[in-house]
Design a protein around this ligand. Sequence first.
Ligand SMILES: [Mg+2]
Length: 229
Amino acid sequence: MNRYPILLLDADNTLFNFDAGNRRAFTAVCRACHLPDTDALFHAYEAVNAEMWGAFDRGEYSKDFIVVERFRLFLERCGLQADPVRCNAVHLDSLKTNTQLMPNALEVCRTLAQTHRLYIVTNAVAAVQKARLAASDIRPYITDAFISEDAGASKPSSAYFDYVFSRIPGITRENCLLIGDSPSSDLQGANNYGIPCCWYNPHGLARPDGLRIDYEIRDLLELLPIVNP
Ligand SMILES: [Mg+2]
């Protein structure tokens, strides 16, 4: 009995190793724009980046504005000289070629594609996510990908899941399972929309309060017996 024939998989840090790709992209920016490539500067960039995406999530700025503004602010705060437009272009180009997967992601997608329909549900820059997926080994196993930028809404909002549900034939709140690493976007989104969810928690973080978590796994391979009982 196939309990969840439709699987909604988060991309960054669930299927793709975003953390590794993100660090690599910062190195590419430093090389291209003649900045010192240090962990301290990377963390400073990360802080500004998180701040900017937070403002985007609250609807304060457009995506096109924040992707450049994050570098402008980072350079200003660190007293560095470079062109923020060029920094962002190099950064996004590097992310597009980051097809490094999380452990066992390829094997799990290949196996599950024989019995399930696999969809990607991701908050991301559409051009980056599409280029990366197209170049990735998991591409043949993914039926479709739903990117927040195209949806005009992002996880955890119900508007985002309305968009996804309107595009997946035969999906119901009972026959799908959302798998993701982020409590605030993936698990919260599934809770908001009333769909089952599986927390991919490879680092063994403490369980967040106030969220319904139907399944928790540390390795993607643990997904197999859950969806093919
Ligand atoms: Mg994620």
